[in-house]
Design a protein around this ligand. Structure first.
Ligand SMILES: Cc1cc2nc3c(=O)[nH]c(=O)nc-3n(C[C@H](O)[C@H](O)[C@H](O)COP(=O)(O)OP(=O)(O)OC[C@H]3O[C@@H](n4cnc5c(N)ncnc54)[C@H](O)[C@@H]3O)c2cc1C
Length: 559
């Protein structure tokens, strides 16, 4: 049995497992009830929902994680200690077992009581949130989750699920079937076929064969605390930077809000290895880290987050509006913020789909960078995201070929990035060049590119291609409901005044003018990359998401 090492005074361990002072405990007494506990009593189990928060006044308890090989110790709490990790805030299922080891008095606080303290008491909020986040990070780093993922680095499904769990900050144990022969035997014994990999063991009992992210999210109870029947003040569609900013401001200002996200929170920014131009982060911040902080912040204030569900329609003829989900259910809200951003454009190269996840990638995060360590890679595109990917991958790859269709890097590329690319000996820029062939049996093995300047096609033994060729808006579900521009981006505010070839039904219907960021439907707002005229930056997406909430308040106050 291993345990989290005892912390020294200054390391993260101290803040992960702090001892509350008598004064802090006294403030918690107001929302709690005293409970006498005896040795052996189990206070919570993995998979439990709505688990209370316990503060130990006297006595001891241990936190363990049951696994296939027995219990693994996480930590022991003593007087002044407290239970809980991030599931306390997110409302998801518990990951660990809590067992009393020495009789004593515990303060038991309901989930609602904890939320009210976190919202009101700044000092306790800081101590508890920091501890919950650090405890979650400790579980992640030690692979102590309720998921075992058995997969292969050559399998796109494995990459998809690893990214899903990582981007949702969910701890899991990964077993690499390429190297772990015992697991391969186990799969053979259960007659699990190649196309059924990855295999996921969820909560120690349910075996899922190559599940969709939605099936995995359901198995883990990601959305268990969400009530679909409630009419909310606000639904935010999409949890990229703009949607997360809207969620933080809406929840912190007392709006009852739900965020719905198709994949994992973070959006495009979540796939960025390092954002260096976001205010306040002079050494840069990974998109994923920024997203994780925002998710914690939004949930701390009480925003609900529905993961792995897509919005496929909007019933826009009556208020409260109804959002239709991919499973057919409908959710009502008095106001809506659309923050569905944009998705990568895919070039029409033959075989592209065949090699997606098997050599062709649309994001360059830590996971992908590990797949191509010391190998040659290609980055396609001449914009900011391509530039960033090239610079990031050049740290692990042997060589990065950056293929740009036009004769120069994009006008919108930041100057600092252009300098990093052109001065980096590991990056080779090829202008007027396009990929024309992708070949290999299962995994990508060879790439052919055509150089329009020389008229030559050459074939290279390269196994990794990163496609970063811009994005188009995710508004297909809004056709006929909202006024869009010619490229499908949502028109807002003054842009709605411009003469357009929309049907009259999409004209602004009220005598007051639309507010800034308001779409052709009163009370429905669009923010970030999905909005016509957006500037494709994290900061502007965050700014728009925040401003939108001020406007939502006004819309909600209307008769
Ligand atoms: C690799 C990369 C690097 C970048 N680097 C930088 C940088 O360094 N600095 C910078 O300022 N900008 C950068 N950008 C741009 C920046 O990330 C975007 O401008 C920003 O993410 C836009 O945020 P958004 O919230 O509007 O949309 P998005 O980030 O696109 O998020 C939209 C979210 O909505 C979800 N969604 C879509 N449709 C639905 C639906 N129907 N139902 C439910 N959910 C849905 C998506 O899954 C997604 O999570 C980068 C972009 C990329 C791709």
């Amino acid at each position: 049995m291993s345990s989290i090492p005892a912390p020294s005074a200054l390391d993260a361990g101290t803040q992960a497992f702090p001892t509350l002072t008598a004064a802090q405990i006294d403030r918690l007494r107001a929302v709690g009830e005293l409970r006498k506990v005896r040795p052996g009593e189990i206070l919570f189990e993995p998979d439990d929902t709505d688990v209370p928060f316990f503060v130990l006044l006297s006595g001891h308890m241990e936190i363990v994680q049951p696994s296939l090989a027995g219990e693994r110790e996480v930590v022991t709490h003593g007087p002044g200690g407290f239970t809980g990790e991030f599931t306390m805030i997110s409302g998801r299922r518990c990951l660990v077992r809590g067992r009393v080891t020495e009789a004593g008095d515990f303060l038991e606080i309901s989930n609602a009581g904890l939320h009210s303290i976190v919202a009101k008491d700044a000092e306790l909020s800081e101590i508890l949130m920091r501890a919950f986040i650090l405890r979650r990070l400790a579980l992640i780093s030690r692979g102590m989750g309720n998921v075992i993922l058995m997969g292969s680095r050559h399998c796109s499904g494995t990459l998809r699920l690893r990214e899903f769990l990582t981007r949702n900050a969910h701890p899991y144990t990964y077993i690499d079937l390429d190297t772990d022969k015992t697991s391969q035997e186990l799969l053979d014994r259960f007659d699990i076929k190649l196309e059924e990999v990855p295999v996921v063991i969820c909560n120690g009992r349910t075996v899922l064969r190559n599940p969709s992210t939605q099936v995995l999210a359901d198995c883990l109870g990601f959305n268990i605390s969400i009530d679909n029947t409630q009419i909310r003040d606000l639904i935010i569609v999409g949890a990229g930077p703009s949607g997360l900013a809207a969620a933080v401001y809406a929840a912190s200002e007392g709006l009852d809000c739900l965020v719905i996200e198709t994949e994992s929170p973070g959006g495009q920014a979540g796939s960025s290895s390092k954002i260096e131009n976001y205010l306040g982060f002079p050494t840069g911040v990974s998109g994923q880290e920024l997203a994780n902080r925002a998710i914690a912040q939004a949930q701390k204030f009480g925003a609900k987050m529905m993961i792995a569900h897509s919005v496929v329609g909007l019933n826009c003829d009556r208020r409260p509006y109804k959002i239709v989900l991919d499973n057919g259910s409908a959710l009502s809200a008095r106001a809506i913020v659309i923050s569905t951003g944009a998705q990568y454009k895919k070039p029409s190269t033959p075989n592209l789909q065949k090699f997606e996840g098997q050599g062709v990638y649309y994001g360059a995060t830590y996971i992908e960078s590990q797949l191509c360590e010391n190998e040659e890679v290609i980055v396609v595109g001449g914009g900011n995201s391509a530039g960033q990917a090239a610079v990031y991958l050049s740290q692990t790859a042997r060589k990065v070929y950056m293929l740009v269709r036009s004769g120069e890097l994009s006008e919108t590329m930041s100057r600092y990035l252009i300098q990093r690319i052109t001065e980096n000996p590991a990056i080779e820029l090829h202008y007027r060049t396009e990929i024309v062939s992708l070949d290999g049996d299962y995994q990508l093995e060879k790439v052919g590119w055509f150089d329009r300047a020389t008229g030559e096609t050459s074939v290279h033994p390269i196994k990794h291609v990163f496609i970063m060729t811009g994005a188009s808006p995710r508004t297909e579900w809004l056709q006929g409901c909202l006024a869009l521009d010619n490229n499908g981006f949502i028109l807002t505010g003054r842009d709605l005044d411009a003469p357009a070839d929309h049907p009259a039904s999409l004209a602004w219907p009220l005598s007051r003018p639309p507010q800034m960021l308001e779409t052709s439907l009163p009370g429905v707002f669009a923010v970030g990359d999905v909005r016509s005229g957006n500037v494709k930056r994290v900061a502007s997406a965050v700014g728009e998401g925040s401003i939108a909430i001020h406007l939502v308040h006004r819309a909600l106050a209307e008769p």
